[in-house]
Design a protein around this ligand. Structure first.
Ligand SMILES: NC(=O)c1ccc[n+]([C@@H]2O[C@H](COP(=O)([O-])OP(=O)(O)OC[C@H]3O[C@@H](n4cnc5c(N)ncnc54)[C@H](O)[C@@H]3O)[C@@H](O)[C@H]2O)c1
Length: 258
């Protein structure tokens, strides 16, 4: 296997692993030799994913984990320690989309919901993942932010605020952890065709028209494909990518270049 994408023997934890990016990344890392520790709030789908991976000869352990619960995040990391003796890679990927609404209409409850899952989920992950990686003498963390973590995102301001905060956490944690050989980066996808986007229902607008309207402002004039985001994730997690930390990589068809 090309050493750039050889994850043989690495222990990789992924949250939000029952769908979308998390599910795809689990398969890609597993096929490249990683042992997996998977968490998701959707326990039934998570167990199906773990069974499918096991059937394909990939070592995978899974546990229900609501990332807004510090206790659940700690328990997922403990599973990695108990089952595989440590942790090399963590992907804090679990996230939720907000209902579309203006800043004026955004409630405190929605803001709290966004921060609880999309921001605190990353903080709670880092808190328990970093000690294990430091013990091991190094590791790589990838936090899933968004294009909405880099620039303004009309009608989804609570999500944008929470995803901007993910980048702040990423950069701060990267500075604290660099001397221990632990790299921490963020990835910032533009709208990509996972269930988070394909399941959106807009009254009176077909999914095709909805996607076309989202894509119209993008220099590539199309939405992202999940595998394009996974390729960037694998690159940032690569055992050969040893001098990149504290970065927020846009995977966005050129949006952030405008
Ligand atoms: N798809 C996009 O266009 C896009 C763009 C930018 C960023 N993102 C981010 O990518 C990440 C993955 O999203 P996706 O596109 O794969 O969507 P998805 O809806 O397919 O997957 C999200 C997963 O997170 C899980 N989840 C939700 N709340 C959780 C919680 N409290 N605890 C644990 N798991 C929870 C869901 O059950 C689901 O399995 C999210 O952080 C999302 O914000 C997605």
């Amino acid at each position: 296997m090309d050493p750039i994408l050889d994850f043989t023997g690495k222990v990789a934890l992924i949250t939000g692993a029952s769908s979308g990016f998390g599910k795809l990344l689990a398969r890609e890392l597993g096929e490249r030799g990683a042992k997996l520790v998977l968490g998701d709030i959707n326990e039934a789908d998570l167990m199906t994913v773990a069974d499918e991976l096991g059937g394909a000869g990939i070592e995978a352990r899974a546990r229900r984990c609501d990332v807004s619960s510090e206790t659940d995040c700690a328990a997922l990391v403990e599973l990695a320690q108990a089952e595989f003796g440590g942790l090399d890679i963590a992907v804090n990927n679990a996230g939720i989309a907000p209902p579309m609404m203006s800043v004026e209409d955004t409630s405190e409850a929605e803001m709290d919901r966004q921060y609880n899952v999309n921001t605190k989920g990353v903080l709670f992950g880092l808190k328990y993942q970093l000690p294990l990686m430091k013990q091991r003498g190094g590791g790589a963390v990838l936090n899933v932010s968004s294009m909405a973590g880099i620039g303004g995102a009309p009608k989804i301001s609570s999500y944008a605020a929470a995803k901007h905060a993910v980048i702040g956490l990423t950069k701060s944690a990267a500075m604290e952890s660099a001397k221990y050989g632990v790299r921490i980066n963020a990835i910032c996808p533009f709208f990509t065709l996972t269930p988070m986007v394909t399941d959106i229902e807009t009254p009176g607008v077909s999914q095709q028209d909805f996607q076309a309207s989202l894509a119209s402002g993008c220099p590539m004039r199309r939405l992202g494909k999940p595998e394009e985001v996974i390729a960037a994730m694998l690159m940032l997690l690569s055992p050969k990518m040893t001098y990149v930390t504290g970065q927020a990589l846009a995977v966005d068809g050129g949006m952030s270049a405008m």
